[in-house]
Design a protein around this ligand. Structure first.
Ligand code: COA
Length: 327
């Protein structure tokens, strides 16, 4: 049976860097607290001056170039995002027109931070059925516009950025997505959510517009669920593919908190030097973290043909999932 293979990756982020010291000037926090509790040193923040497509289009073009695929040959664009340029059209349709991917179908997956892994899973299933398909999967956010600057427990964590991957089918039994699984638990919605913007609190019904459109989070509880759910789904994809954790060459995890990544890697006795980390430079870019980290890992030569790559994620919903690839 054909497998889905990643042909190329790309990434992008707004140029403006916001350091922990910059945040110290804005709220009651410290570089030491943020670094020790999260591993974050700086993040990119476009704020109101940047829209999603400004950095996602270059990310997609870089992925298409790396893959050697022309935009007009794409069949599908799957966008994992909550913050594309407009409420309507979808980010997938916006990318379709800006890239000139005339024959593709574009659509979004609203899975918060898990959007890219949800997208890879959908692409994997489509490609298994139709191996000739060329699919662009993207994940990225402008989260800086969704921050309550009076809430130091969330404001220090997030940043803007994202990335993209181009996939198609291969008959090569030694390559491609070995397993990809996604899950959700709607009962846990209130660990991480944005109150306004839907039909429950439509435009004009906000009490405090800035705060109601911002991320609300119960960080402590989320931390525990994150470690457990990511570890469980890693075990699930490893089992399904018959891969031993010691055979994983690199973990490219969701970058939410350095301590979460370390805890998940420890569950499988995966040494820290096999875990790709860039949270220090980007913070949590939600659906952007995995494609951004994957692209950096590929371009840094950390991922070679034949390597086993494990990508676990969790996010609002709650949603979680993992994709296991032999590169
Ligand atoms: N600067 C300084 N102090 C802060 C702070 C900040 N930015 N944010 C919280 N604090 C304080 C708290 O008020 C608390 O003070 P107290 O002990 O006087 O009450 C203290 O630091 C410890 O807070 P706590 O929430 O227990 O810290 P923590 O070690 O759990 O770390 C998170 C907080 C948010 C970093 C951590 O829980 C986390 O990463 N959770 C998961 C979040 C996540 O992954 N979100 C995205 C999901 S996709």
């Amino acid at each position: 049976m054909a497998r889905a293979v990643i042909l190329g990756t790309g990434s992008g982020a707004p140029a403006r860097v916001v350091t922990n010291r910059d945040l110290e000037a804005r709220m009651d926090t410290s570089d030491a607290w943020i670094t020790q509790r999260t591993g974050i040193r700086e993040r990119r923040m476009g704020g109101d001056a940047v829209k999603w497509s400004d950095f996602m289009v270059p990310a997609c073009r870089a992925a298409l170039d790396a893959a050697g695929v022309a935009a007009e040959d794409l069949d599908m664009i799957v966008a994992g995002t909550l913050t594309s340029d407009k409420r309507m059209p979808s980010g997938g349709c916006t990318l379709q027109t800006l890239l000139g991917a005339r024959k593709a179908v574009g659509f979004d997956l609203a899975a918060a931070c898990s959007g890219f892994i949800y997208g890879l899973t959908v692409a994997d299933r489509f490609i298994r059925l139709e191996p000739r398909l060329k699919v662009l999967v993207v994940g990225g956010e402008v989260i800086s516009q969704r921050i309550d600057w009076d809430d130091r427990t969330t404001a220090v964590l997030f940043g803007d950025g994202g990335g993209a991957a181009v996939l198609t089918g291969t008959d090569d039994p030694d390559r491609g997505i070995l397993a990809s699984r996604i899950h959700s638990d709607g009962d846990l919605w209130d660990l991480l959510y944005i109150p306004a913007g839907g039909s429950e609190m439509p435009p004009g019904r906000e009490q405090d517009p800035r705060r109601d459109h911002a991320i609300h989070m119960r960080g402590n509880e989320l931390f525990r669920v994150a470690v457990r759910s990511m570890a469980d789904v890693c075990a699930e994809v490893l089992d399904e593919a018959g891969v031993d954790p010691s055979d994983v060459d690199i973990v490219v995890p969701h970058q939410a908190n350095l301590r979460i990544l370390q805890a998940v890697a420890q569950r499988f006795s995966i040494p820290e030097d096999r875990v790709f980390v860039n949270i220090d430079r980007y913070g949590n870019t939600s659906a952007g973290t995995i494609p951004l980290a994957l692209d950096e890992a590929v371009r840094a030569g950390r991922v070679s043909r034949g390597d086993v790559v494990l990508m676990p994620v969790f996010g609002g919903g709650l949603t979680w999932g993992a994709t296991l690839v032999r590169w």
